[in-house]
Design a protein around this ligand. Structure first.
Ligand SMILES: Cc1ncc(COP(=O)(O)O)c(C=O)c1O
Length: 386
């Protein structure tokens, strides 16, 4: 008997209109709309239309999104800052660090999404020195950390899932190596959250950030930042705003108070509209169960890896489904964007990135979707690529 998810997949599929005419395999880029995320967006539009301004309710919705995200990572709401992008969240953290010697080195994996690397590079003018942890064949080998970390390292910047190949890092091992030299650990989990359970407390992370439009099934314009309380209390981000104050509504221009815990990383007017959508999506995923989603997406990864092999496709990254986000990448000749366009013509939404086509199913995808996408990719490579 072929494996099935632990939840009612037919029921969840009915919530995603895009499934009527396409096979979305680009969740590593933008997940599809659900009836509940559309309803949440409309709720905000209605409130704006009918009330003009409904500030208290809107702020309550932002707080609700903070709670929803905290449940996804096993934190408490005060330990989460509501941001507008991973770039902003990373910049906020960077702005709070002191890069004067001796602890002035930032160890960054080559698998970080470029925006994260750029933020750390921009700190060189404040005294930071970057050391790079290499990517090899779509994987970030742990031994790369050994030469990149030393007693001068202030922070290690490690993605959970590598956007290019879907490779998932062993965060417990990364934390253990970072602690040996006394460095903080910053994790960008944008390519994994929503597809697996992750416990910031059990892992003892210092910082974790994610946006919302990939496996968290939301939209652009909102992101979240977890900061460990004992670390947050020592930090004063210079990338700040009135939202980071002890009482934002005191409106005292001359008083720079710091909100407790991670709330001090809040900046300006929060992403209200986006919070409506983000909350609806995150609560939906939590209700399905992140462990069940992880189990199913690992089955889908297994089918992608084996099915790709059977069709002669060239895998980039790990062959072990437990070492992967739901994303599986296949190396393609020529311009991967041309292949993405050809797949779209055939009703398959894939995601081109550099030399690879990424196929990234999610909780609602079926084994048949995987076969259909692989058949289409193999056909495009056979018939369209010179
Ligand atoms: C792992 C990862 N981090 C960060 C980003 C971009 O973050 P933002 O645009 O919110 O700054 C992406 C976007 O694709 C990503 O995949």
């Amino acid at each position: 008997m072929s494996p099935r998810p632990l939840y009612d997949i037919d029921a969840v599929r009915r919530r995603i209109p895009l499934l009527r005419h396409t096979v979305p395999m680009n969740n590593c880029s933008q997940a599809p709309q659900m009836d509940i995320t559309r309803a949440a967006a409309e709720e905000y539009l209605e409130s704006w239309n009918n009330e003009g301004m409904d500030w208290d309710r809107w702020m309550a919705e932002v707080e609700a999104s903070r709670i929803s995200f905290s449940r996804i990572i096993n934190a408490s709401p005060d330990e989460v800052s509501v941001c507008v992008s991973v770039s902003q969240a990373t910049s906020s953290v960077a702005s709070a660090l002191d890069f004067s010697a001796p602890r002035h080195k930032v160890a960054v994996t080559e698998g970080e999404f470029p925006t994260v690397g750029h933020v750390w590079l921009a700190q060189e003018r404040h005294g930071a020195q970057l050391t790079w942890i290499p990517v090899k064949g779509g994987i970030i080998p742990l031994d790369g950390y050994e030469s990149a970390l030393d007693e001068d390292t202030i922070l290690v910047s490690a993605c959970h899932g590598y956007y290019q190949s879907g490779f998932k890092q062993d965060l417990a091992a990364v934390v253990a190596m970072s602690r040996e030299v006394g460095a903080l650990v910053f994790v960008d989990a944008y390519q994994t959250l929503g597809s697996c359970s992750l416990d910031v407390k059990a892992l003892d992370l210092d910082f974790l950030t994610s946006g919302n439009l990939k496996f968290l099934m939301g939209i652009p314009g909102i992101a979240f930042l977890y900061v460990k309380p004992s670390v947050a209390e020592t930090l004063e981000p210079t990338l700040t705003g009135w939202g980071g104050r002890e009482n934002p509504f005191a409106f005292d221009v001359k008083e720079l108070s710091w909100a407790p815990v991670a709330r001090r990383f809040d900046t300006g007017t929060p992403p209200i509209f986006e919070a409506y959508v983000a909350r609806a999506a995150m609560d939906f995923l939590t209700d399905i169960g992140l462990d069940a989603i992880q189990a199913w997406t690992e089955e889908l990864s297994r089918a992608l890896i084996e099915g790709g092999k059977a069709r002669g496709l060239r895998l980039l990254g790990s062959e072990d489904p437990t070492q992967k986000a739901p994303t599986t990448a296949f190396l393609v000749p020529g311009d991967s964007h041309v292949i993405e366009a050809e797949l779209r013509e055939r009703g398959i939404l894939a995601s081109a990135r550099g030399p690879a086509i990424r196929l990234a199913p999610h909780f609602y995808s079926t084994l048949q979707d995987v076969e259909t996408a692989l058949d289409a990719l193999a056909e495009v490579l056979r018939t369209e690529v010179p």
